[in-house]
Write a protein that binds this ligand. Structure first.
Ligand code: ZN
Length: 375
């Protein structure tokens, strides 16, 4: 599974005099009307790309193309819906990711792994922690717009209540049973809180949806600390034993609504702070400038936009297209086609957050890229 940790690793490659082949495929059977249409795409795209390269470069990447070809021929049975492969045999580098959502078919050969679609996948399709609570039990699921997975069932230890010696429930026994029930519930909530914190830390899942009857949801929500309460983006009522598929159906509108709200909020933040204030910058030139200074806190990039630019062969600085030498070290510069991707990688290297936006005409007009600054 593609994770935040992996992405950070991919983004850490320096631009070197070596070539990476990055392949993204839509292997979803629903989108491939003829069987293995994605394989035909790969064959054609690799022929096209290779034919545009110099003889030297072609010789360098042919072994990677062959490796991928060999892998694809074996794989058609085990595929999910999306497939990403990164290969550089001279660096002994080979990574394969299967994803639950399809990619747009794309073959890119550059000096570093092309990660924009993968970053978009992780950020666009935010994952949600879905908690179904009932008394001292809870089910935990992870969902995004398209799939849901049941993780584990958390059941708190709940000892059988003691009966008194006659075998009858005395008043005392009833009170004790109530107390034990309460304790079991508290224990459960504590376990869930620990679990939520772990999911945030490891996988960056920050959004929570709570399901159950109204009273169970209320009891549970009351026990959450404020920091976690703020992460709850919605609640829903569903039978405790509902199937994951049914749960996803109820959660989907909640997730869509949350995505929309977060996207609006992001853009307001970007544009209200921009234009005069020093909280944000908009447009390629200013963003790259701030990136060079390590001053990006959060980068916003339009998905599906391709912008070209320059990269310095000497210091790795990124600039918009220019004729002159590197403004930072006077080194020679070369043109790259996927500038936004390089900006994303650099931002990830600086521990900035990335947000890929889908619908933002204002940002498209401004060049497809903007950022919130650290200082
Ligand atoms: Zn330079």
């Amino acid at each position: 599974m593609l994770t935040k940790l992996e992405l950070k690793e991919l983004a850490s490659f320096m631009l070197q005099d070596t070539l990476y082949v990055s392949l993204y495929l839509d292997v979803d059977p629903k989108n491939n009307l003829k069987k293995d249409e994605w394989y035909k795409y790969f064959k054609k795209a690799s022929r096209d790309v290779l034919s545009r390269m110099t003889d030297d470069d072609r010789l360098r990447v042919q072994p990677d193309i062959d490796l991928i070809d060999k892998y694809l021929k074996k794989q058609s049975e085990t595929l999910q819906r999306g497939l990403a492969i990164f290969s550089n045999h001279t660096m002994d580098f080979w990574k394969v990711y299967h994803t639950a959502l399809p990619f747009t078919n794309q073959l890119v050969i550059e000096h570093d792994p092309y990660i924009k679609p993968a970053a978009a996948m992780l950020d666009l399709y935010q994952r949600y922690l879905v908690l179904l609570v009932r008394g001292s039990r809870a089910r935990v699921l992870i969902a995004d717009l398209g799939q849901i997975e049941e993780l584990s069932i958390v059941i708190s230890p709940r000892p059988e209540p003691d009966k008194d010696r006659d075998g009858n429930w005395g008043d005392f026994g009833k009170i004790r049973a109530e107390k034990q029930k309460e304790q079991a519930q508290k224990q459960l909530y504590k376990e869930i809180r620990t679990f939520i914190e772990k999911m945030q830390r490891v996988e960056g899942i920050k959004r929570i949806i709570i399901g159950g009857t109204e009273s169970h949801r209320r009891t549970f929500a009351e026990t959450l600390p404020d920091a976690l309460k703020n992460r709850v983006v919605g609640e829903f009522a569903v039978e405790y034993n509902a199937s994951p598929k049914e749960i996803l159906k109820v959660c989907t509108p909640i997730m869509k609504d949350a995505e929309y709200r977060f996207e609006r909020k992001a853009l307001d933040e970007l544009f209200n702070q921009g234009g005069g204030g020093d909280g944000s910058v908009i447009g390629l030139s200013d963003v790259l400038d701030q990136l060079q200074q390590g001053n990006i806190r959060k980068l916003y990039v339009m998905q599906n936009m391709v912008v070209s630019g320059m990269v310095c062969n000497n210091c790795g600085a990124l600039t918009p297209e220019r004729e002159r030498k590197c403004p930072y070290c006077d080194g020679d510069m070369r043109k790259v086609n996927h500038m936004l991707d390089l900006a994303i990688q650099k931002a990830i290297d600086q521990d900035a957050r990335i947000d890929m936006l889908e619908e933002a005409p204002r940002l498209v007009k401004a060049g497809g890229i903007g950022a919130l600054l650290r200082y």
